[in-house]
Ligand binder design. Structure first.
Ligand code: MN9
Length: 288
């Protein structure tokens, strides 16, 4: 299989005034990013507010994105759920839509044992014939994956990659060193350049929704060994990410897109709305 490479926006979910999926805005967002030359999309992840959506809404979003992007860019469907049954239902739906891979956070909340978490992943890959990208996001899932504690999953040929949303690039590098066939997708946009130096070849990120071109450029500069220029650009995006982290990344990304003409609405409750001061701060750093 051809390896994954490049920039994958972790798509936000635009909502209309009634709080329902805004299909038109989602189409606009996909088109905007296809025009910028992204490698693909990560659909229905944390950034897409998936755990605040119904299974039916998650399916609808994947259908809209597949329709817009199939054949033009790769599609990775995040199907992670607390319940194995829900994840399998979403994975089967993703397989019907012929996506390129599925991805999943470990089941969370009940503090499942590592054995239970592994059986969750195996149940999915035994059920659907799609490559799996394991999603390591310890800060939100409460589970820290390492090359040691999931070594059996990492050597399973159906597991082709790991989405690494952690600042621990040492552990990321160990995972890659011990499993050179894996594709590591960097998950914290603010350390993208560092992750390239440590072996990541691709990245999935929320801030790519509105500034994918900058990250495509960072990767091109890195590959051309123009490291100083790459660092300057990483610094530029990090000034923006710094503000996003302060005000709330998902709300901030949506507000940024809104300023660029794509109506995204608010994040779903219990996420709060941004206040005027926060919006001004974002406008300033985005020069809008
Ligand atoms: O998809 C995103 N992860 C989460 C990846 O939001 C949990 C990242 O893009 C971060 O939002 C971003 C800010 O820390 O790097």
């Amino acid at each position: 299989m051809e390896k994954f490479y490049g920039i994958y926006p972790a798509l936000i979910t635009p909502f209309n005034e009634q709080g329902k999926i805004n299909e038109k805005a989602l189409q606009q967002l996909v088109k905007l990013n296809l025009d910028k030359g992204v490698s693909g999309f990560y659909v229905g992840g944390s950034t897409g507010e998936s755990f605040l959506l119904s299974v039916e809404e998650r399916k609808a979003i994947l259908e809209i994105v597949s329709h817009e992007a199939r054949g033009k860019a790769k599609i990775i469907a995040h199907i992670g759920s607390i319940a194995t049954d829900h994840a399998i239902e979403l994975a089967r739906h993703a397989a019907d839509l012929k996506v390129d891979a599925v991805s999943s956070v470990p089941p969370f909340y009940y503090k499942f044992s590592l054995a239970e978490i592994k059986s969750y992943y195996l149940d999915i890959v035994n059920d659907v014939n799609l490559p799996m990208i394991i999603y390591n996001i310890p800060a939100l899932s409460g589970v820290t994956f390492t090359s040691q504690n999931i070594s059996d999953l990492l050597t399973d040929s159906r597991v082709i990659g790991v989405k690494w949303t952690s600042y621990d690039l040492f552990q990321m590098q160990r995972m890659l060193s011990e499993n050179p066939n894996l594709t590591i997708f960097n998950g914290h946009d603010e350390v993208f350049l560092g992750s390239l130096a440590m072996g990541a070849k691709a990245a999935i990120g929320s801030t790519f929704n509105f500034m994918a071109e900058k990250f495509i450029h960072i990767q091109n500069l890195y590959e051309a060994q123009k490291l100083e220029e790459a660092r300057i650009l990483q610094d530029e995006v990090n000034q923006i990410i710094n503000v996003l982290i302060r005000i709330g990344v998902f709300q901030g990304v949506k507000a940024g897109l809104e300023m660029m003409g794509i109506p995204c609405g608010d994040c779903r409750k219990p996420f709060r709305k941004l206040n005027l001061e926060e919006i001004k701060l974002l406008q300033q750093v985005l020069n809008l």
